[in-house]
Design a protein around this ligand. Structure first.
Ligand SMILES: [Cu+2]
Length: 484
């Protein structure tokens, strides 16, 4: 983390002209707080509050918390909107837009009732604004350019000031050319901690947070395509792609909170293995205890935040991921022919006479592709990487690992390494008598998928699918279906 004195000086020069029509005292702003920059994409340790009201800090996955200064009882922050270079995972860097050297921007942590003043300096090539998603605040502080304020022009600094009225999990992002600016990575988290004990907010031992975001970066390129509407190819947690996403390290018996916000253009069913959790909060505030129920997957819609909590009582390395399986892959083409079950033998040899490096893909599913040593363009990621103790994890994108350990010290967030499974507690290869090949398999395709019946004549109307249904059994309600 570095302070950038020159930026501070330049910003201060622009201040007089930029700040207009706010309720903020100009005397209080005589000197801008120096912006603090972060250039590393690793997870920074939680920022213990050096002053102001005490609270238990969060850990931002592959992110950091923005320091502040106290100025006559007001917590002052300085966000700088600017182009940044973000490492999405080892082997790939992207030219993004973010705040204070990184995308996402730093997490802002305050306490319920805090008066907060945020200076926003625009170093982007176009105007911007900052919307404080989910907050109760005066209308003129809501950051919707054109509606509640003029846009912040390049080189200008604006000041937002309000009281953090509600404890909870919030976000910030531009409300100016937002399709471009969010596609370029402009976003951050905002945590308002409760002041003292709160009837609906438990104290926890570990408190993690991250944003879901997505980019469309062509293999070999480094800048996201901002005009992409839905067909993104890099699915990230805090602008990181597995295996670049850090794992979450907790002590067995810890009560754990994870706050997840979605600033992509689609929903993400976030799924945790080995434990059940409750959704204890949204960007609307804490969920009343009577309205909570156990889940292992929570769907987070576009623009939503979900706060999940659980008791980490099962030791191990537990997968934690988005359940849309194409979100746990990396840059991939989508217009691929379906090759499952197609016999390529002979064909590949013929093609290789014309294209010496030709490789067959997808014949047995896509797992082959993770193992394949295929030349990639510079600055892109293979589709499914990440090695576990037993081989390739075949995951990319929105995937991480919850590591629960008995001997993880309180407050220690360091990686304990792979879990040593107790003897006799791992799935193992059957070594008894082999399974006889069922006779029906021979009639059902195999490599060449022989046709089972004559093709219907063209005049026979729509193709009818014959689905094999279980004979008898208790599923009376399904017996009337004749295939779809
Ligand atoms: Cu997803």
């Amino acid at each position: 983390m570095v302070s950038r004195r020159d930026l501070f000086v330049r910003s201060a020069g622009a201040l007089g002209a930029a700040v207009t029509a706010t309720a903020v005292s100009r005397v209080a702003m005589a000197a801008l707080p120096e912006p603090v920059l972060q250039t590393s994409a690793t997870t920074a340790p939680p920022l213990l509050p050096p002053n102001g009201r005490p609270y238990q800090p969060v850990l931002t996955l592959n992110g950091w918390t923005l320091p502040w200064r106290m100025n006559q009882g007001v917590k002052e922050f300085h966000l700088v909107a600017e182009p940044v270079l973000r490492e999405l995972a080892p082997g790939m860097k992207a030219h993004l837009w973010g705040y204070n050297g990184q995308s996402p921007g730093p997490t802002i942590e305050v306490v319920e009732g805090d008066r907060v003043r945020i200076f926003v300096t625009n170093r982007l090539p176009e105007h911007t604004s900052v919307h404080w998603h989910g907050q109760r605040l005066p209308n003129g502080m809501d950051g919707v350019s054109g509606l509640t304020q003029p846009a912040i022009q390049p080189g200008k600094t604006f000041v937002y000031e309000f009281e953090a009225r509600r404890p909870g999990t919030f976000m910030y992002h531009p409300h100016a050319d937002e399709m471009t600016q969010m596609a370029m990575g402009m976003m951050g988290l905002w945590i308002t901690h409760p002041r003292g004990r709160h009837p609906q907010i438990d104290t926890v031992d570990r408190d993690f947070c991250f944003l879901l975001n997505a980019f469309d970066i062509e293999p070999g390129a480094a800048t996201p395509r901002p005009s992409t509407m839905l067909d993104f190819n890099l699915w990230c947690w805090n602008s990181r792609v597995f295996p670049g996403i850090d794992s979450l390290h907790v002590r067995q018996g810890d009560r754990v909170r994870i706050r997840v916000g979605n600033l992509t253009m689609t929903n993400h069913p976030i799924h945790l293995h080995g434990h059940e959790f409750s959704v204890t909060g949204t960007d609307g505030g804490p969920v009343p205890r009577s309205a909570r129920w156990p889940e292992v997957t929570t769907d987070i819609a576009v623009g939503q935040m979900r706060q999940i909590e659980f008791l980490a009582d099962e030791p191990g390395d537990w997968a934690f991921h988005c359940h849309k399986s194409h979100h746990t892959m990396n840059a991939m083409g989508h217009g691929l022919p379906n090759l499952i079950g197609v016999d390529h033998s002979g064909l590949a040899q013929k093609i290789r006479r014309l294209v010496p490096e030709y490789m067959v893909m997808g014949e047995r599913g896509m797992a082959d592709m993770a193992e394949m040593e295929m030349p990639l363009p510079d600055n892109t990621l293979p589709m499914m990487t990440g090695q576990g103790p037993f081989g390739g994890v075949e995951m990319g994108g929105m995937f991480s690992i919850l590591k629960v350990r008995k001997d993880q010290k309180p407050g220690d967030y360091s990686d304990p390494g792979w879990y040593a499974q107790p003897k006799g507690s791992r799935a193992f290869e059957w070594s008894g008598a082999p399974l006889p090949t069922p006779a029906r398999f021979a009639a059902e395709g195999g490599q060449s998928m022989p046709r089972q019946q004559a093709a219907p004549a063209a005049s026979n109307g729509p193709t009818e699918l014959r689905a094999r249904k279980p004979q008898g059994g208790g599923h009376g309600g399904h017996s009337g279906h004749s295939g779809h």
